[in-house]
Design a protein around this ligand. Structure first.
Ligand SMILES: [Zn+2]
Length: 81
């Protein structure tokens, strides 16, 4: 994918971002760039996903990207939590 897409709160990352990611759903002390995926445990369907970084002062909770640093697509609306 040459640009990120966000459909119904689910992010499909572009190739450049995909290659930068260290993995999915980091556990506590992991550092890097990750995709967080929330799944509805009743239906097993992914409901939301975010891409962000755990590094520096954000290594505990992580920093969610509002925009893709490569293609510039908005990954998260400003009024979303
Ligand atoms: Zn992108």
């Amino acid at each position: 994918m040459s640009k990120c897409e966000v459909i119904n709160g689910l992010v499909s990352q572009c190739n450049a971002l995909d290659e930068t990611m260290d993995g999915f759903n980091p556990v506590k002390r992991e550092k890097g760039i990750f995709k967080w995926v929330y799944t509805d445990i009743n239906t097993s369907k992914d409901t939301r996903s975010f891409i962000g970084a755990k590094t520096g002062i954000h290594k505990e909770k992580g920093l969610i990207f509002n925009f893709c640093p490569y293609c510039g697509v908005e990954l998260r609306k400003a009024n979303e939590k």
